[in-house]
Each structure stands twice: as structure tokens, then as C-alpha cells.
Design a protein around this ligand. Structure first.
Ligand SMILES: Cc1cc2nc3c(=O)[nH]c(=O)nc-3n(C[C@H](O)[C@H](O)[C@H](O)COP(=O)(O)OP(=O)(O)OC[C@H]3O[C@@H](n4cnc5c(N)ncnc54)[C@H](O)[C@@H]3O)c2cc1C
Length: 409
């Protein structure tokens, strides 16, 4: 690694070389989430000698983010979720890892990054650069009131630690958002003895992903365990109320709780890439080789929009890590997303979703009974483009996955 003090003049701009491998310069990965670390692991299986540098704004602990919304019921503390320290990861990967360090600028001409930490600023050179910067919680919609100190959001282990600490001695949780993460937290909290009030602007849980019959099925299961679902409404105001909060909904209802947890969706972290002039759409735009508009810079994980697909899940990220590792090790390999059904961790009523593409033409065919709902999204010609399964119907997952049209043809 070449660290250059800030006072030194930047290296002269280089024209992009035909090959992307510059020999001595490290492969630099920004981000140590599942995308950054899995890519590093896959890469090291193929190449043990290229210098590898990982940079992260957090503490670099390797952990499974999906477990954050399924840990209370399993009695797992945030500390127990922390799998492997950055120090151990550096050893395992034969890599240098800079933690609590933000990449604040990418200089594509000189192939350098500006780093900022409590120790000040520095510059570092890269041979090739991979952005695995993840996604952040979307900004909150306008919510008035003075109760925001008791409003939490969870998108990483530190957020979860903060929430769990605030939960001590509390009983009632107000959940804003009944999407994937909101529903999983509702399931986890209620299974652990908390009283859950759930508010969503749409009519039923997982409404952007599930047809009504399947969403209502999940809603009934959650409600039978005490969750109170408030659909077609929103929180307008959140006030302090004793040692808790009071929420005012736009349907006139008022709800009391101790804490609020907002799970209102994510948006890809693209600002670093955009400021460097890389092409950005909803995510950092990459082709099937995970290459950005700059030949030396790649992206994967929650930050990357792969040929128009922006998917905040582990399965696509793993497919990208395997393909990109091969490309970076010298064998250009495109990623091809197959059919990737997602298991929602609502143990009260398991749900498996394989959403049809947003613009798909077709309709849902629903087969519903008390054991579960099987919903198939088919074209007029009968082609299966997506499906949603609840309860015992999840057993049909593999058969439907085999029949379904893959995400990338
Ligand atoms: C509660 C919860 C439950 C989930 N459950 C599931 C599930 O059941 N199944 C599933 O498939 N998916 C699930 N997901 C989604 C899944 O966890 C994510 O898709 C995946 O973890 C994203 O990994 P990532 O590495 O792309 O991003 P992240 O984990 O967000 O990592 C981003 C990294 O980039 C670093 N970074 C960002 N910007 C900078 C910068 N400028 N400088 C330095 N470092 C930077 C951060 O510090 C971090 O290390 C869940 C997500 C959540 C929040």
C-alpha cells in the first residue's frame, strides 16, 4: 500500500491502461459487509499474492446482517452476533484492513482514494477498486413531535446494539413499516414477549411483494400472537410520553409505546461513486462483469445496480462475489442471476417470495386454504414470472423455482 501524506502533490493523472492489472498496486475493497468480505474470500481462493486492502467506516467485524431481525427469539445478544473481528479477518485474508476509516473521494485519474479517520486524512493508491458500500436507511418522512430520541432504525450491528440497549426494561414497540425487515422484527419482538404495534401506509404486510391473500395470511398469523396491525395510515407525529412515546396517526388513532423502530426501506450508497463521475442510476451502475463506467472500478452488493437489477439480498451478492473474484483473478466472468426465492424469517408464518419483475405483465393466480397461500404470477400464455408462498405452501418452492423465468435471461 502507498500512503501519501496530504501535503504531497497528487500523482499525475494516468490515462486508463488497456490491462486493468497494475501489478504492485493493491486491489482495494471499500466496505466490509457481506459483499466486501465474501468477495475478498472468493478472491483469495484464486489469488493469494495480490496485495489486498479493505477499508471500512465501521469496526470491520464480520457478522451476518440477516440475523439482526431474528436474534431476540434465539436469545442472541449483539455481542454474540459479532462473528469475527477485523483483526482476525485481516489474518485470514492476508489483507490489510483499515477500520473506522471513511473513503471520502475517489480520484479516477490518479487511481487514488482520499481517506478520512480520527487520525486525519490520507491518500492511498489502488490498482483496481471495488465498491461494496452497501445501502442506508432512507431518510424518514416528515414526522413531527419531540419523541425522536426513542425512534430507532436498524441497518447494521451498531444500530442493533443501540436498539437492544434502549429496549432494556421496555415492553411495547411501535414499528413503522411492514416490509420485509419490519415484518421480521414484528415476528422476533412478539415471539420474545414484546407488545408490537405496526403501522404501514399500505393495506397489508409485505404489500409491495405479496398479493393481498398472502399478505393477509401473514397478518393473521402475526395478529394471532398479539401484533396489532394498522394499515393504510401513517405516523404524523411522535411525542414523548412519560418514559415512552405517543404516536399520532393520520387516521386519527393514537398509539402508545416505549420505543419506535422505523423500517421504511433502503437506498443504495452511491454518493462516493457519483462524486467521482461514475455512472449512477438507483445504484452504482455496473454491467454483468460488475464493472462501473470506469474500467478499473467495480461494484457489488446493496450499492450496485447490476444491469438494472438493484436487489438488497444476500443471494445476488454471493453470485456477484463469485463471478467478480474470477474476473479480478484474470478470468472475465459475467454474473447471471437465476431464480432467487427469498425466505422471509417470519417463523409464525413462513413466507417465501420470488417477486415478478416490476414491469411484468400478467396476473396472480391464488390457491389459498388455512394451511397456507400459494400465489403464482403468470403471463397470459401461462409463463411463471414470480411466486409467493406462505405457511405449508412453501414446500412448493423448489418446483416453482425450477419453472420460473430467471431474473437475468
Ligand atoms: C435487519 C435486516 C435483515 C435482513 N435479512 C435478510 C435476509 O433474511 N435475507 C437476505 O438475503 N437479505 C437480508 N437482508 C439484506 C442483507 O443483509 C444485505 O443485502 C447485505 O447484508 C448487504 O451487504 P453489503 O456488504 O452490500 O452492504 P453493508 O452490509 O451495508 O456493508 C457496507 C459496508 O460499506 C462500508 N462503507 C460504506 N461507505 C463507506 C465509505 N465511504 N468509506 C468506507 N466504508 C464505507 C460500511 O462501513 C460497511 O462496512 C437483511 C438486512 C437487514 C438490515
Amino acid at each position: 500500500m502507498v500512503l501519501v501524506a496530504e501535503v504531497e502533490p497528487p500523482a499525475p493523472p494516468q490515462s486508463p491502461t488497456s490491462g486493468v492489472d497494475s501489478g504492485e498496486e493493491p486491489l482495494v475493497i471499500v466496505g466490509t459487509g457481506l459483499a466486501g468480505y465474501n468477495l475478498a474470500r472468493e478472491f483469495r481462493k484464486l489469488d493469494q499474492s495480490t496485495p489486498l486492502l479493505l477499508i471500512t467506516g465501521d469496526d470491520g467485524t464480520f457478522y451476518s446482517k440477516p440475523l439482526l431481525s431474528a436474534s431476540l427469539a434465539h436469545g442472541k445478544t449483539p455481542q454474540q452476533l459479532a462473528g469475527t473481528s477485523a483483526e482476525e479477518m485481516a489474518r485470514e485474508l492476508n489483507a490489510e484492513i483499515l477500520i473506522f476509516t471513511q473513503v471520502t473521494a475517489i480520484h479516477t485519474g490518479s487511481r487514488t482514494l482520499t481517506l478520512t479517520s480520527d487520525n486525519g486524512s490520507a491518500e492511498v493508491r489502488y490498482g483496481r477498486l471495488v465498491l461494496a458500500t452497501g445501502a442506508s436507511c432512507r431518510p424518514l418522512p416528515p414526522i413531527g413531535g419531540d419523541g425522536h430520541a426513542r425512534l430507532f432504525r436498524i441497518n447494521n450491528l451498531a444500530d442493533y446494539h443501540r436498539f437492544r440497549t434502549a429496549l432494556v426494561g421496555r415492553k411495547r414497540v411501535l414499528l413503522l413499516g411492514a416490509g420485509l425487515i419490519g415484518c421480521e422484527f414484528a415476528n422476533d419482538l412478539t415471539q420474545s414477549g414484546y407488545q408490537v404495534e405496526m403501522v404501514d401506509t399500505l393495506g397489508w404486510p409485505l404489500a409491495t411483494l405479496l398479493p393481498e391473500a398472502a399478505g393477509r395470511d401473514l397478518q393473521r398469523a402475526l395478529e394471532s400472537e398479539g401484533v396489532r396491525f394498522h394499515g393504510n395510515t401513517r405516523v404524523l407525529r411522535l411525542d414523548r410520553n412519560g418514559n415512552g412515546i405517543r404516536a399520532y396517526l393520520d387516521n386519527g388513532e393514537q398509539l402508545e409505546a416505549h420505543l419506535a423502530l422505523a423500517a421504511l426501506g433502503l437506498s443504495a450508497n452511491t454518493s462516493l461513486a457519483a462524486a467521482a463521475g461514475l455512472q449512477v442510476a438507483r445504484g452504482i451502475a455496473v454491467d454483468r462483469h460488475l464493472r462501473t463506467s470506469d474500467a478499473n472500478i467495480f461494484a457489488l452488493g446493496d450499492c450496485a445496480e447490476v444491469e438494472g437489477n438493484l436487489l438488497y439480498f444476500v443471494a445476488p451478492l454471493m453470485a456477484c462475489a463469485r463471478a467478480l473474484a474470477k474476473t479480478l483473478a484474470g478470468t472475465p466472468t459475467p454474473v447471471r442471476y437465476g431464480v432467487m426465492p427469498l425466505a422471509v424469517k417470519t417463523t409464525l408464518r413462513p413466507v417465501t417470495i420470488c417477486p415478478p419483475p416490476a414491469e411484468a405483465e400478467g396476473k396472480w393466480h391464488i390457491d389459498s386454504n388455512e394451511r397456507g397461500v400459494r400465489a403464482e404470477f403468470r403471463t397470459k400464455a401461462g409463463q411463471l414470472l414470480g411466486f409467493a408462498l406462505t405457511g405449508a405452501a412453501i414446500a412448493a418452492r423448489d418446483d416453482l423455482a425450477a419453472e420460473c423465468v430467471p431474473v437475468m435471461g
